[in-house]
Design a protein around this ligand. Structure first.
Ligand SMILES: [Zn+2]
Ligand SMILES: [Zn+2]
Length: 229
């Protein structure tokens, strides 16, 4: 155990957001674990992961995504955690998020796809400066996941929560671009899994998937910590 961690545990102990028990920011039992694939359009839950196309046949025309995997249900408890992490300086929540990602990687993803990489949903430069950190990248950095920052955000979009569905979609058009640095690595890349914190309407993930597919990536899946059902 590293010294900084021992120091923090003694002088800045963590308390559960729900029951105030000492030790972690969230006890496992307050969270609704899904650990499943879903159709990105109609949110149909797929019970098994031994399938290659994880979007219903009728929904495929409406999305660029081939499926989405989510760990938790986006309920009131999870919303509190994400809010605290993004806006209330609870940076060390990252350790708990990364821990769940590592479990998923070992249990599901390693066996499901061959030769794939994770791509974080990027934030706009000024947003990162305001917040002081890139909240999505930080989770991947702290996990065992191999990732590449293939996407760049080139447009400062309005907060998604404040717009309706049509506005969200229009808002996001042209928001992402391929990071030229990684263009050469595309040649042999068949499968990408985009990573984001939450899936609500799926507009952000869909726009990111569009850019990747237009640049020749065959399979584009998404992985999110939580999904709104
Ligand atoms: Zn608790
Ligand atoms: Zn569907």
């Amino acid at each position: 155990m590293n010294l900084i961690k021992i120091f923090l545990d003694i002088f800045a102990p963590k308390y559960c957001f729900s029951c105030f028990k000492k030790g972690r920011y969230f006890c496992f039992e307050h969270l609704n674990v899904l650990n499943s694939f879903f159709c990105p359009v109609c949110n149909l839950r797929f019970p098994t992961v031994e399938i290659k196309k994880i979007t219903c046949k009728n929904c495929r025309k409406k999305t660029y995504l081939d499926g989405i995997f989510s760990i938790f249900l986006l309920d009131e408890n999870f919303e509190k955690l994400i809010y605290a992490y993004k806006y209330k300086y609870y940076y060390d929540l990252v350790n708990e998020f990364s821990e769940y990602l590592n479990n998923i990687l070992d249990e599901k993803f390693k066996y499901l796809f061959k030769n794939f990489i994770f791509v974080p949903i990027p934030s706009y430069r000024t947003k990162i400066n305001e917040r002081g950190f890139d909240h999505i990248k930080l989770i991947l950095e702290n996990s065992k996941f191999k990732y590449k920052e293939i996407l760049k955000k080139i447009k400062n979009t309005k907060p998604q929560a404040k717009s309706n569905l049509k506005e969200r979609k229009e808002n996001l058009v042209g928001a992402f671009e391929i990071n030229e640095k990684f263009k050469d690595e595309f040649k042999n890349l068949k499968t990408v899994v985009i990573f984001d914190d939450i899936k609500t309407t799926g507009s952000t993930l869909n726009e990111a998937a569009k850019v990747l597919k237009n640049n020749g990536i065959k399979n584009v899946f998404a992985l999110t910590l939580a999904i709104k059902l």
